[in-house]
Design a protein around this ligand. Structure first.
Ligand code: HEM
Ligand SMILES: [Ca+2]
Ligand SMILES: [Ca+2]
Length: 302
């Protein structure tokens, strides 16, 4: 792919420790930056590849597209970049900083670590309209699979990477429609949500309440990078419609079951597979060599 582990070993040997300590210190004062940075890397990679196009400021850039409005952690990347420009000016790309910060975020939430290949270069294009190929929370499994396949990611990668929802939160506005008037029968909620859970969710996200209120994507384990998210899907406790559908569709359900260690199926260890699939995701359409640039400031092209 053109990226490799240790790309900066002579040009900027402290890059990984600088990024790690920066993420760590921000995490200390605001733990929500861990899920924020992981999601930001995903949203970067799916649009023009992992090239930091998501970080560019200005009217009509990717940042302004609806799926990206609630991303957080930009200040962490800026902070790391400032320190890296002091240590090794003009050497480390913003795209690599984001890839490293996503890994460090998983480790800080007690997930397993993995080696991040580096050597990405930063892109110069960022357009809101290009964010349309990001998956949406109402997408069917077929559409989710298509969008991942378009980036070279298979069904196992899809299930594994969506497992990133083991940490972090969602605004009520993205799933509240599942709780009220979704059906005209029963309690009016999406029947794929287990009955006892509906009233809990309704209490957290009242019908006419604040749509920006946030609740955990992995009920009971919001801050920990574990496989509890998959147990919640099995139990009808997925929060996003797109997440719960991974249990309804036979092709994705098998992988959820394998993460849960269902007898008779070849087991998969979520934390190990996550690192593997992340390496694939973080190599999507990467720019290397002389393509693109090394940005001086992550929020704007040189
Ligand atoms: C079908 C694919 C996916 C869909 C439809 C989807 C959708 C969403 C939505 C709607 C939210 C809530 C955003 C908010 O309210 O701020 C969210 C949050 C999140 N997503 Fe995804 N996502 C997908 C895949 C992924 C992948 C592949 C990753 C990472 C590998 C990821 C990581 C996260 C994280 C960590 C959060 C929590 C963000 C926070 O707490 O600020 N998602 N996702
Ligand atoms: Ca990008
Ligand atoms: Ca969890």
């Amino acid at each position: 792919q053109g990226t490799r582990v240790g790309f900066y070993s002579t040009s900027c040997p402290r890059v990984e420790s600088i990024v790690r300590s920066t993420v760590q210190s921000h995490f200390g004062s605001d733990p929500t930056i861990a899920p924020g940075l992981l999601r930001m890397h995903f949203h970067d990679c799916f649009v023009h590849g992992c090239d930091a196009s998501i970080l560019i400021d200005g009217p009509g850039t990717e940042k302004t597209a609806p799926p990206n409005l609630l991303l957080r952690g930009y200040e962490v990347i800026d902070d790391a970049k400032t320190q890296l420009e002091a240590a090794c000016p003009g050497v480390v790309s913003c795209a690599d900083i984001l890839a490293l910060a996503a890994r460090d975020s998983v480790v800080l939430t007690r997930g397993a670590s993995w080696a991040v290949p580096t050597g990405r270069r930063d892109g110069t294009v960022s357009q809101a309209s290009d964010a349309a190929n990001l998956p949406g929370f109402r997408d069917s499994v077929d559409v989710q699979k298509q969008k991942f396949a378009a980036k070279g990611l298979n069904t196992q990668d899809l299930v594994t990477l969506v497992g990133g929802h083991t940490i972090g939160t969602t605004a009520c506005q993205f799933f509240r429609y599942r709780l009220y008037n979704f059906t005209t029968t029963g309690n009016g909620a999406d029947p794929s949500i287990t009955a006892a859970f509906v009233s809990q969710l309704q209490a957290l996200c009242p019908q006419n309440g604040d749509g920006s209120r946030r609740i955990g994507l992995d009920t009971g384990s919001v801050n920990r990078f574990d496989n509890s998210f998959f147990a919640n899907l099995r139990d009808g406790k997925g929060i996003l419609e797109s997440d719960q559908r991974l249990w309804t569709d036979a092709s994705t359900k098998t992988f959820v079951q394998r993460f849960l260690g269902i007898r008779g199926l070849l087991g998969l260890t979520f934390n190990i597979e996550f690192g593997r699939s992340m390496v694939k995701m973080s190599n999507i359409e990467v720019k290397t060599g002389t393509v693109g640039e090394i940005r001086k400031v992550c929020s704007k092209v040189n």
